[in-house]
Design a protein around this ligand. Sequence first.
Ligand SMILES: *[C@@H]1O[C@H](CO)[C@@H](O)[C@H](O)[C@H]1NC(C)=O
Ligand SMILES: *[C@@H]1O[C@H](CO)[C@@H](O)[C@H](O)[C@H]1NC(C)=O
Ligand SMILES: *[C@@H]1O[C@H](CO)[C@@H](O)[C@H](O)[C@H]1NC(C)=O
Length: 203
Amino acid sequence: MSVSLAGRGAMAPLLLLCAASGLLLAAVAAIPPPEEAARMARYVLHSCDWGALATLSAQEGLRGRPFANIFSLSDGPPGPCGGSGVPYLYLTDMEISVQDLEVNSNASLTVSLAQTPYCRKHRYDPQNPLCAHIIFVGSIVKVNDSEADIAKKALFSRHPEMENWPKDHNWFFAKFNITNIWVLDYFGGLKIVTPEEYYSVKP
Ligand SMILES: *[C@@H]1O[C@H](CO)[C@@H](O)[C@H](O)[C@H]1NC(C)=O
Ligand SMILES: *[C@@H]1O[C@H](CO)[C@@H](O)[C@H](O)[C@H]1NC(C)=O
Ligand SMILES: *[C@@H]1O[C@H](CO)[C@@H](O)[C@H](O)[C@H]1NC(C)=O
């Protein structure tokens, strides 16, 4: 995974580079300024290979209670040119949280720059807002065949061992259907970003 350790302000030349050549080279995308909350949400998601997914439990004795678990994800192949913003997942009905989702597909997904070298390098505690974290609320939906091709490229480029996961587990491609976004990237409280802003912004 490559994540920005560079300072801010290198974005314009980088965009030209991405547009002109498609070459990733050794370039890393700069972290957006905190006031650009939609870009920050896209940046943090694209920088992360996994997230914490909370479901409402359907387990005996836990029914209806929150249940947080770790899932590998990807919004596109890694690199400084940004991803699609869509958190894709590779799931099986045998998984305990996926069994929750079959009863109630509502879920919440959290990703953080604490999962990258960024916060450690800057000595930001994971709970420090400067160690940007994003909370998504929505639901998990299976993707159709044409989107599954995109999901597969996104996931297998970052998680090569997925290709060898046991075939008899009936893996399928899914995405997090984002309805609400909260960005915690600076002091002064959470910022709300709409899915429309999130998907329309240039990462
Ligand atoms: C999921 O959340 C939505 C929005 O709050 C709600 O309308 C819906 O009933 C929830 N689904 C289930 C199965 O509880
Ligand atoms: C598959 O899903 C995508 C994304 O939701 C949509 O744009 C596309 O039209 C769908 N394709 C088919 C064949 O239903
Ligand atoms: C995503 O969630 C919204 C809001 O609950 C819902 O209207 C929409 O149908 C969902 N999209 C898919 C592809 O399930």
